[in-house]
Write a protein that binds this ligand. Structure first.
Ligand code: ADP
Ligand code: MG
Length: 273
């Protein structure tokens, strides 16, 4: 195994990054993939949504491990990793991570601290998903530097806004300077209201603007209170409302993500169709 690492990123908050990380992760686990979810947001929302309602009381978090990488201190292979009963592993985060932006400034190889950590665990997983914080600071740069690809959740109504441009610039810069193989898997439309043609319009707009270089996932995630309820319950949409439209959306997304990987593997093997 050599995990595919996907960063779920958008510097805008409230667009569905954390919800996507948890549900895509558990979706992949349901397809028998070994999955590690990394909470890279000091708010600890991913940790909360996977059942750790008080992340600040967790002793060992991403901050602990990144601190050890920075100071060249040894750590245990599975140190800090928690298990969720729907089959995913979680490296949690809490408020301690907020001092990391500062610690990173003076660290050697500061952009690749997270990558150095993930290199030590990636053989044990098929997928590692990174739940980014809502900023383009050092933690998000670390996630982009460590990732093979990025998924960008976008609240459908916000797509034409300036924010996406900024994110794409940052991705471009990371590609040029640190991680040339970084790909954009696609834009995921989240919180889509029942306007069936709207998602199509958005896809057309993205195609017009970025000339086919950025894809919009066919799957989109409908707006539903069911999605908002799960974080309080500490479980996925597949456990909370398995027959609902949000579960259906995340299931389709899971399938698409698996398909992208299959196509890439084929390309690598030189078997083109
Ligand atoms: P981010 O991580 O980008 O800040 P979240 O995943 O935390 O975004 O989602 C922001 C808020 O919207 C949360 O309260 C979440 O429960 C809610 N939410 C997420 N997805 C949906 C959805 N499909 N429909 C309705 N509410 C949602
Ligand atoms: Mg979040």
């Amino acid at each position: 195994m050599n995990a595919k690492i996907i960063a779920i990123a958008n510097q805008k908050g409230g667009v569905g990054k954390t919800t996507t990380c948890a549900n895509l992760g558990i979706g992949l686990a349901m397809e028998n993939k070994k999955v590690l979810l990394v909470d890279a947001d000091p708010q600890g929302s991913l940790s909360i949504s996977l059942g750790h309602s008080q992340p600040d009381s967790i002793d060992t978090t991403l901050a602990t491990i990144m601190g050890k990488v920075i100071t060249d201190t040894a750590f245990e292979p599975k140190e800090g990793i928690l298990k969720h009963d729907e089959g995913v592993d979680l490296l949690p985060a809490n408020i301690e991570l907020s001092s990391m932006e500062v610690s990173l400034v003076n660290a050697m190889s500061r952009e690749t601290i997270l990558k150095q950590y993930l290199d030590t665990v990636k053989k044990q997983y098929d997928y590692i998903l990174l739940d980014c914080m809502p900023s383009l600071g050092m933690l998000t740069i670390n996630a982009l530097a460590a990732a093979d690809s990025v998924i960008v959740p976008v609240q459908a109504d916000y797509l034409p806004a300036k924010g996406l441009e900024q994110l794409l610039q940052t991705i471009g810069k990371v590609r040029r300077q640190i991680n040339p193989k970084l790909k954009i898997d696609g834009i995921l439309l989240t919180m889509v209201d029942g306007r069936t043609n709207f998602a199509k319009d958005i896809s057309a707009l993205v195609r017009e603007t970025y000339g086919g270089s950025i894809k919009v996932f066919n799957a989109d995630i409908p707006r539903s209170v069911k999605a908002a309820e799960i974080s309080a319950e500490g479980k996925s949409i597949f456990a909370h409302d398995p027959k609902g439209k949000v579960a259906e959306g995340y299931k389709s997304l899971t399938k698409e993500v698996l398909k992208i990987e299959k196509i890439r593997q084929k390309h690598k093997a030189g078997i083109s169709r």
